[in-house]
Design a protein around this ligand. Structure first.
Ligand code: HEM
Length: 151
C-alpha cells in the first residue's frame, strides 16, 4: 500500500494537522471544564451548566476530531510504509505509542465527566489540575517525534 495516496499525500497531511489542532484545542479545554465542574458541585445551578458545555464540546469538537485525526494519520502511516516493516520508522512507532496514551487520556476525561455528572468526584482538586498538563506534554513529544524524526 506504500505510496497509495500519490499526489494527495500533502493534502491529507495538511488535513491531518488541521484536525490535530481541533483535537488539541478540545483536549486543552475539556479538562479545564472538569476543574470548574468539580469546583461548582456544591452550587445547585452550576453542575447542569457544565454537563451541557462538556456534552457540546465532546459532540462538536472532541469526538469528530479524534476520529478524523486517527483515520488520516493511519492513512499517512500506511502510505509511508507502517505495514511494510520498513526501517527508519522508529519515530512513527514511538509517536503511535504517545497518541495511544493521549487517546486513553481523552477516554479517561470523558469517564471523569460522567463521575462528576453523578456528583461522585474521585480526585482532589490539585490532582485534577496536575492532570490538565498531560495533553500539552504529550503534544510536545508527539510534534517533536513527527517533525524531527530523531530515530
Ligand atoms: C492518531 C494517530 C496519528 C497517526 C497514525 C499519525 C501519523 C502521521 C504520519 C504518518 C505523518 C506523516 C509524516 C511525514 O510525512 O513525514 C504525520 C504528520 C504529522 N503529525 Fe501525525 N499522526 C497521528 C496523530 C498526531 C497527533 C496527535 C499530533 C499532534 C499532537 C500529530 C502531529 C503531526 C504533525 C505536526 C505532522 C507533520 C510532520 C511533518 O510533516 O513534518 N499527529 N502524522
Amino acid at each position: 500500500m506504500t505510496g497509495f495516496l500519490g499526489a494527495a499525500y500533502p493534502w491529507v497531511k495538511a488535513a491531518h494537522i488541521v484536525f490535530v489542532i481541533f483535537w488539541m484545542a478540545g483536549l486543552f479545554m475539556f479538562p479545564r471544564y472538569l476543574v470548574h465542574h468539580q469546583e461548582g458541585l456544591s452550587d445547585p445551578a452550576e453542575p447542569a451548566r457544565w454537563i451541557r458545555r462538556e456534552g457540546l464540546l465532546r459532540r462538536m469538537i472532541l469526538t469528530p476530531s479524534l476520529v478524523v485525526v486517527w483515520v488520516l494519520g493511519l492513512a499517512l502511516a500506511v502510505n509511508i510504509g507502517l505495514l511494510d516493516g520498513g526501517a527508519g520508522l522508529g519515530w512513527l512507532h514511538a509517536k503511535l505509542a504517545f497518541v495511544l496514551l493521549l487517546s486513553g487520556y481523552h477516554g479517561w476525561a470523558v469517564g471523569y465527566a460522567r463521575k462528576l455528572a453523578a456528583s461522585r468526584p474521585t480526585l482532589k482538586p490539585r490532582q485534577l489540575r496536575l492532570l490538565n498538563e498531560v495533553p500539552a506534554l504529550a503534544a510536545a513529544v508527539i510534534v517533536v517525534l513527527a517533525v524531527v524524526k530523531p530515530f
